[in-house]
Design a protein. Sequence first.
Length: 97
Amino acid sequence: MNWFQRHLNWTVILGFAGLYLLAMLLGFIFGYNFYYLPESALEGAGATIGFLTLFIGGSIIVGWMLRQKGRSLWWLLMWWFVPFGWIVVLALGNRSE
């Protein structure tokens, strides 16, 4: 076993910390560059790119962790749908008049 497999929790924590820094850096670079374009439709591109970096990279990290623990990748659905499920519930509650 290598260090990453022996220290799985630290690997995941350090992976998410590095991923967060990468998402902030990419979000800042794209957000700063597109913000100053005149009437750009890409003003929110920095936040979108940062979010996608966190979501896709986080899915890869969580999928790797699940495989190391010998669990099915179906558990990855909890990573995807639980946070978004609450957003849908909140949005449906706010739609009522």
